[in-house]
Ligand binder design. Structure first.
Ligand SMILES: Cc1ncc(COP(=O)(O)O)c(C=O)c1O
Length: 452
């Protein structure tokens, strides 16, 4: 859909392509976070100039219904007027003081009131939150080994950028050049949702395990909810062995319910530490980790485990986060759940109608579409299963949706996000884009190299 606000009227090369060429000259891959480069889907990333409610406007004047929502933070949609006003007031009062401020206390109080954490420390990114939570767990337990699950992403923390070794319980191998083997040598990478693998890991290494870190619901290998009470099982086995359970709610926190995924599967138990990010920053860089008061007491300056940040608890970011959370009431969550269910239904109908094999999975209002290889596929429970996708179909689907004015995550392995601003008009636009996109997915030819 083209609006009348074309930014680069008359240009022969689209403005996004021009900007991308300039970006590639001065930035590796032209982007500041890899998935934005469209590497998995091909083509030119769209450079956005503004957002309003459920819509994004790109530099060529194309408007899209946004199903990425900045990868999660924009629970209320783009440029919510009350958030914008609060931020404008905060900016005018000064952007950073390097001292404690009222808004960081109020944001911490809001987080403590909504979730099972007793104390919280604010940081600037989800990566910092998980990195700091792991340091704290190691400092508290005086142990080194960290258990993580294949396909769970916790930011680009060295020790967590580990790929699984060949055995079920083997220490991790660096998942990227630049991470020394020593950084992952104390990381055990296990299959997600695999109770037996966790039991074996604790039987073999229990007295060395500082913590188990897991996404509260996996949403970085497509959306895979924990099955068989997996999270509670992790909390129990950690407690039995003197380890800590870290639940990573950076993606799910304050999105899938007022408290996060713990609000869905947390009756009767709680993690020792929880990490937060995304929604709690209201579109600004703010994140946090928190948990049991006796564990948090080990953090500097109260305790010996060092952690700090020049812009931690920044007054503009905390104001945006606080305004967002205060607006995120029961009505907002009911709307998100309904909008998510409607989009899932529409996508499922269109793909079925076009004969495209697929599985749609959700964890609360987070969901993703697995373009599975054939109709025999059922539930996707782990990383190995999530990799078996007909990516050529996703690529065709993605580009057809883009062409018809819907901006999806540019990867088959990402969650889709709705916001409270996704009203019926926006959902109708998605509905109109789906049949041609499903048709394109059905007609897509597999890659010659056989990569799906
Ligand atoms: C579950 C999870 N944890 C941590 C992170 C890292 O957050 P950030 O990108 O803010 O560093 C992400 C990012 O997507 C995430 O999904």
């Amino acid at each position: 859909m083209t609006t009348s606000h074309a930014v680069s009227r008359g240009a022969t090369v689209p403005a996004s392509a021009q900007l991308f060429a300039r970006a590639c000259a001065v930035t590796p891959g032209g982007v500041n976070s890899p998935v934005r480069a469209f590497g998995a889907v091909g083509g030119t990333p769209r450079f956005m100039v503004s957002g309003s409610g459920p819509y994004l406007l790109d530099a060529d004047g194309h408007e899209y219904v946004d199903l990425v929502c900045s990868w999660g933070p924009l629970l209320l949609g783009h440029a919510h007027p009350e958030v914008v006003q609060a931020v404008q007031r905060a900016v005018a009062a000064g952007t950073s003081f390097g001292t404690p401020t009222r808004s960081e206390v109020e944001l911490a109080e809001e987080i403590v009131a909504r979730t099972p954490v007793q104390q919280v420390r604010l940081v600037s990114s989800g990566t910092e939150a998980t990195m700091s939570a792991i340091r704290l767990a190691r400092g508290f337990t005086r142990r080194d080994t960290v258990v993580k699950f294949a396909g769970c992403y916790h930011g680009h923390v060295d020790s967590l950028l580990a790929a699984a070794g060949s055995g079920v319980v083997t220490f991790g191998l660096p998942g990227t050049p630049g991470v020394p083997a020593a950084a992952t040598a104390a990381t055990l990478v296990l299959p997600y949702n695999d109770v037996a693998a966790v039991q074996t890991a604790f039987a073999e290494h229990g007295d060395r395990i500082a913590c188990v870190i897991t996404e509260a619901a996996a949403a970085n290998m497509g959306v895979i909810a924990p099955v068989d009470d997996f999270n509670r099982f992790l909390a129990d086995i950690c407690a039995a062995h003197g380890a800590l359970m870290i639940s990573d709610e950076v993606m799910t926190g304050f999105r899938v319910s007022a408290s996060g995924y713990h609000g869905i599967d947390g009756a009767g138990w709680r993690p020792d530490l929880i990490t937060f990010g995304k929604v709690m920053g209201g579109g600004f860089p703010a994140a946090a980790f928190g948990g049991r008061a006796d564990v948090m007491a080990h953090l500097a300056p109260e305790g010996p485990v060092y952690q700090a940040g020049t812009l931690s608890g920044n007054p503009v970011a905390t104001t945006a986060g606080l305004a967002t959370l205060r607006l995120a009431d029961a009505e907002v969550y009911a709307h998100l759940d309904a909008a998510s269910a409607q989009v899932q239904q529409l996508v499922g109908d269109a793909l079925r109608e076009a004969g495209v094999p697929h599985v749609i999975q959700s964890a609360g209002n987070l969901f993703s579409v697995f373009f599975v290889e054939d109709d025999r596929s059922t539930e996707v429970r782990d990383f190995v299963a999530s990799q078996r996708q007909a990516q050529h179909r996703f690529r065709a689907f993605f580009h057809a949706m883009l062409e018809h004015g819907v901006y999806l995550p540019p990867s088959a392995f990402e969650a889709w996000f709705v916001s409270a601003a996704h009203d019926q008009v926006a959902l109708d636009r998605i509905a109109a884009a789906l049949p041609p996109a499903a048709g394109a997915a059905a007609a897509a030819a597999p890659d010659p190299e056989g990569t799906g």
